[in-house]
Design a binder for this molecule. Structure first.
Ligand code: GLC
Ligand code: MG
Length: 722
């Protein structure tokens, strides 16, 4: 059907494909991967939905399957995976993707522009996609829906509780980057979807932007056609029986089944100990632990390696040979049969995790007619309350775990009831079609009628083939010889070069200073730190841009809130704009920016704080920046961002220097820009002022036939399909 809704899902990290998902292959390829693929399929199956694109990172790496290099993969009619190049081609773990997310955003914009269609909803998954989704949603004016999957502040608390040092956590997990991305996502998201109440009340509650009114609980679905009870005709597969026979002396006994990644949090240590220390339980049942796949466990990542080593040690210490099975390989297709086999043997599924954010495996077990014993920390409590099919336990109490397992296995009538309840509960509460319907109901009210495209203006912009965007003060101007040399150089270029300035000044002041310095009139003025855009000789303001900026923007309340902080003095009236509150800063007295940001968010006020020259603070709508303005212009006029050279010297230039643009930081830059040192596509020039810009032009061969980014391989085969 046409005229239906278009959903754009974003899930950046991990290895995502529609078939033979490699769940558990690494820490980034797990439940979330499955969730987003199933969600895409379930949504596309709804009659109201026309198209679902799942955007993820393209990975071109001989170490992983070439499937992950394919620009597109069809998941179902109307649903596809779209893989976009982002940073290096090789597979990267999510903690190191941060510097490449602006490039991902630019690729996504380019994809949507080529598609010629703007999504009705953007739905991001996890903090990295949240950052990308928030940027896209702001640039396109599309509502953002977000699912966290797991949350940085919660993780930080847990790691600190385990005794890790803050700086080590920072190094390994880039945790503050993640948390800031999550807060930024919440600044922008129209709706947050959680799997459980507990996730909202205990985890989102830790955020400055905690607004439960913008959050809903919609538990994920389970593929009920795969997870069904062992019917009359069902026989357990030969190879499965054979595998278990390698471990178990009496394979016909009831079977306690555990299934998880090799992760300390999954707490299999307590399970093996509980089983080992409970002689009656050892007599009653076998224990089968599926820990994902391993070849040589010594070659696994440190954490998984330690978990497996400890596991093997405990098996030996409690001398569990013959009673416990722990196959080295588990094919995804075997998992439903493991549940069925455990159900057939009148066993129980156990999840002893220290905390379990949701507990998808419990629902799979329930749907298979297998009763459960699970941690009382997190999602399982709600699942067991819905399904009435088992017991909860304190994961720290190994005696209680052993007792609960023995108890669950001992009452035949109750076992039968639990098995039936689980099947019914899974179908009533956790089908994907049910999920998709509930989801659609929750997001439908956010969908806005598409505004008509802004009328096209007469302009040379659509014909330009590259664009120079430069800051004015201390970048373009400051050295008149350099400026004259730059202008001469640009005049020499015989192609179609666009010229734009991006400044903190307001338009009148920008025009005045350019005249003073004899700079030719730019094609585009981005002024007031990106909150205003003017085109052409008539300097027509772009009203649609301002409309986009007006999102959660409450200047009166912000002005009031900012009176609470010392060291801030409003700039003169002429410097204030409808979307720009500007202050003069006394750096000695102003509290850290993070503190101001926290205060505003806690009062449900949303703004971007831009600090420049250690002297100015601009408070803008969260969607505003010089960088966003450039992307808006690129999208509107079809100017390729990767053929846009951007030059700047101070804090308000930060955002426009990130991403797929060709960034140039001039030699005389202020210290705020130092954090761009390791950012891809940012060139730090030696030359000051316009000498720096000239140096940048040479660095990228910006005015040659072929622009090059030194250090990057040409991307021809990495191009996404239109
Ligand atoms: C310009 C503007 C000022 C702003 C500063 C930093 O100097 O005139 O209002 O605060 O840039 O963006
Ligand atoms: Mg400047």
């Amino acid at each position: 059907m046409s005229g239906g809704l278009y959903f754009c899902l974003i899930s950046v990290h991990g290895l995502i494909r529609g078939h033979n998902m490699e769940l558990g292959r690494d820490a980034d390829t797990g439940g979330q991967v499955k969730y987003v693929v199933e969600l895409a399929r379930a949504l596309a199956a709804l009659p109201e939905v026309e198209r679902v694109d799942l955007l993820t990172r393209q990975v071109i790496d001989p170490k992983v399957s070439p499937d992950y290099a394919q620009p597109e993969e069809e998941l179902a009619p109307g649903a596809r995976i779209v893989r976009l190049p982002c940073g290096p081609r090789r597979y990267l773990r999510k903690e190191v993707l941060w510097p490449h997310l602006d490039a991902f955003t630019d690729q996504a914009l380019q994809y949507l522009r080529r598609l010629g269609r703007v999504p009705d909803i953007i739905h991001s998954h996890y903090a990295d996609a949240g950052y990308v989704g928030a940027r896209l949603s702001g640039l396109l004016g599309v509502p953002l829906v977000h699912t966290g999957h797991s949350l940085g502040r919660d993780k930080l608390q847990r790691l600190l509780a385990r005794g890790l040092k803050r700086e080590n956590i920072e190094q390994q997990y880039n945790i503050s980057r993640r948390i800031e991305a999550e807060e930024f996502t919440l600044d922008n998201a129209a709706l947050v979807i959680a799997s459980t109440r507990q996730e909202i009340e205990e985890q989102y509650q830790l955020y400055d932007n905690y607004q439960p009114k913008r959050m809903v609980v919609i538990p994920p679905g389970v593929e009920l056609d795969r997870f069904h009870p062992p019917g009359r005709g069902w026989r357990s597969p030969e190879h499965l029986e054979n595998e278990l026979r390698r471990f178990l002396v009496d394979p016909k006994k009831p079977l306690i089944l555990a299934l998880s990644r090799a992760d300390v949090r999954k707490n299999n240590r307590a399970l093996v100990t509980a089983y080992g220390e409970h002689p009656r339980l050892r007599e009653m049942a076998n224990l089968v632990v599926l820990l994902g796949n391993r070849d040589d466990y010594q070659a696994m990542e440190k954490e998984s390696r330690e978990v497996v080593a400890e596991f093997l040690h405990l098996v030996d210490r409690h001398d569990l040979y013959g009673h416990i099975a722990y196959p080295k390989r588990v094919e995804p297709n075997d998992i439903p049969d493991y549940y069925r086999l455990a159900a057939r043997r009148r066993g129980v599924f156990v999840n002893p995790a220290l905390t379990e954010p949701f507990g998808l495996t419990l629902i799979e077990a329930a749907a298979s007619g297998l009763p459960v014993v699970a941690t009382r920390n997190g999602g399982p409590v709600e699942i067991i309350a819905n399904c009435k099919n088992g017991l909860t336990i304190d994961p720290m109490d190994t005696d209680a775990i052993g007792e609960a397992l023995a108890d669950a296995l001992s009452d035949r009538a109750r076992w039968n009831r639990w098995a039936r309840n689980g099947i019914k509960g899974a179908h009533d509460h956790y089908s994907w079609s049910g999920h998709a319907r509930r989801y659609l109901k929750a997001v439908q009210r956010l969908v806005k009628p598409r505004p008509k495209a802004a009328p096209r203006q007469k302009s040379r912009l659509p014909t330009i083939d590259r664009l120079l965007v430069t800051d004015i003060d201390n970048t373009l101007i400051g050295d008149s010889n350099a400026l004259a040399a730059l202008i001469a150089r640009l005049r020499e270029y015989d192609g179609q070069l666009g010229f734009a300035v991006a400044t903190g000044r307001h338009i009148a002041s920008a025009r005045r200073i350019l005249k003073e310095w004899n700079v030719p009139t730019p094609d585009i003025f981005i002024t007031a730190v990106g909150t205003e855009i003017y085109y052409g000789p008539q300097k027509t303001a772009d009203a649609a841009w301002q409309k986009l900026l007006d999102y959660r923007w409450d200047p009166d309340a912000l002005r009031e809130a900012l009176t609470h902080f010392p060291g801030l003095r409003p700039q003169p009236k002429a410097e204030q704009g409808p979307f720009k509150l500007s202050y003069l800063v006394d750096p000695e007295r102003m509290p850290p920016l993070a503190e101001i940001a926290r205060y505003l968010r806690r009062h449900d006020l949303h703004a971007k704080l831009v600090y420049s020259h250690q002297a100015y603070l601009d408070v803008l709508p969260t969607r505003a920046s010089k960088g966003s303005a450039i992307r808006y212009i690129a999208d509107r006029w079809g100017i390729p961002v990767d053929r846009t050279l951007v030059a700047g010297d101070s804090g308000n230039d930060l955002e426009m220097l990130r991403g797929n643009t060709l960034g140039v930081v001039v030699g005389n830059h202020s210290p705020e820009l130092e954090i761009l040192r390791r950012q891809p596509r940012v060139y730090f020039a030696q030359g000051h002022y316009a000498w720096g810009i000239l140096e940048g032009i040479d660095h990228y061969r910006f005015l040659d036939d072929e622009i090059v980014v030194p250090g990057e391989r040409p991307e021809e085969e990495a191009e996404p399909a239109p």
